[in-house]
Design a protein around this ligand. Structure first.
Ligand SMILES: NC(=O)c1ccc[n+]([C@@H]2O[C@H](COP(=O)([O-])OP(=O)(O)OC[C@H]3O[C@@H](n4cnc5c(N)ncnc54)[C@H](OP(=O)(O)O)[C@@H]3O)[C@@H](O)[C@H]2O)c1
Length: 305
């Protein structure tokens, strides 16, 4: 796509006007994509986490959840992460996808959180009932629970076409060694781990391991459950944010993750339409290089200590 000088100036001016608005030029560009090493499939480099999609069907929150999902989808979002472990999240998002008719447009990941084989099977069959469809893109062992046992079933269901990819998750560095051992024993398509500008431990061993072995990475807790927003408070964005086309703190935090060499895909927990808009916008434009990544780390560290 070619732009006139006037368009470029208009788009750049957009950065000064506030969070979530990225300017007309950038908003027209396609989302940045990440390639899944085990298949070559390309998916958008931002997802949505559904840990907080819970509640009674007739609650007011439900229409806000639906609008958030509709916004995410309208803007080109695909990657959705949930779990049977998140209250009634699978019921809620299964209902929203049916109502909006978007199930087949999305790239759906859920999890299994049981220790033994039989309960794992029951749990995964239930996810199919609630989320609909004949297959999921990704099934993950939640927090490594019963990993060896569940992965056996998951591998055979993958062969049957019920899952396109399989993986494991954690959100705690107490499990990093165990996760590395699982990677030694099993051939996985994905890992999901906690990694953010304020929590960089996964970059020491697990992200390099994923990169070496051709394993794709989903990133949970990209905002440290809000800790990063509390750290920056109402500070204005530093000048370097414009160099990476970031017009909000959320985009700064997400672009830090996306710029890791592993091609990590953040899945921010998002239950508000304006947050979905802000987060999907992070998948457009430039990413920080190694120098700027270090500068971002130097910026955030004193604010977190
Ligand atoms: N072990 C595991 O497998 C595991 C563990 C934890 C999480 N996860 C997955 O990772 C996802 C993300 O984790 P998380 O939700 O716990 O934490 P998170 O993504 O670090 O933070 C979520 C918080 O950030 C807020 N937020 C989202 N976008 C924002 C924006 N643009 N500006 C300001 N605030 C924004 C959300 O508010 P709103 O809700 O109001 O939009 C919510 O309060 C989960 O939903 C889940 O899918 C997996």
């Amino acid at each position: 796509m070619k732009f006139t000088r006037r368009q470029v100036i208009q788009a750049t001016a957009g950065f000064a006007t506030g969070a979530g608005w990225i300017g007309p030029l950038l908003a027209q560009t396609p989302l940045n994509m990440t390639t899944i090493p085990s298949s070559g499939q390309q998916i958008p480099s931002i997802g949505i986490g559904c840990r907080n999609y819970r509640g009674p069907a007739d609650s007011q929150e439900m229409s806000v959840f639906r609008d958030t999902f509709a916004t995410f989808h309208r803007l080109g979002g695909k990657v959705v992460d949930t779990s049977p472990n998140y209250g009634n999240s699978e019921t809620v998002i299964g209902g929203i996808m049916r109502e909006l008719g978007i199930r087949d447009d999305l790239w759906l990941a859920t999890k299994v959180d049981r220790t033994d084989r039989a309960s794992g099977i029951t749990r995964m069959e239930r996810s199919f009932e609630l989320l609909g469809g004949d297959s999921f893109e990704l099934m993950q062992v939640h927090n490594l629970r019963g990993a060896d046992v569940q992965l056996e079933t998951m591998r055979s269901w993958k062969e049957q076409g019920r899952f396109r990819y399989i993986g494991v998750t954690t959100s705690s560095d107490r499990q990093y060694d165990a996760l590395a051992e699982v990677l030694e024993r099993h051939r996985l398509d994905f890992i999901q781990i906690d990694y953010s500008l304020g929590n960089r431990n996964a970059a020491e061993r697990l992200l390099p391991m994923a990169l070496d072995r051709g394993i794709a990475v989903l990133v949970n807790l990209p905002f440290g459950r809000g800790r990063l927003f509390r750290a920056v408070g109402d500070r204005p964005l530093p000048d370097w944010a414009a160099d990476i086309d970031a017009s909000s703190w959320a985009q700064v935090f997400l672009k830090y993750i996306m710029s890791h060499a592993s091609g990590a895909i953040p899945i921010p927990g998002t239950t508000k339409p304006h947050h979905a808009e802000d987060n999907v916008a992070a998948a457009r434009g430039r990413l920080p290089d190694a120098n700027l990544r270090r500068e971002m780390e130097r910026f955030i560290d004193p604010l977190l200590s």
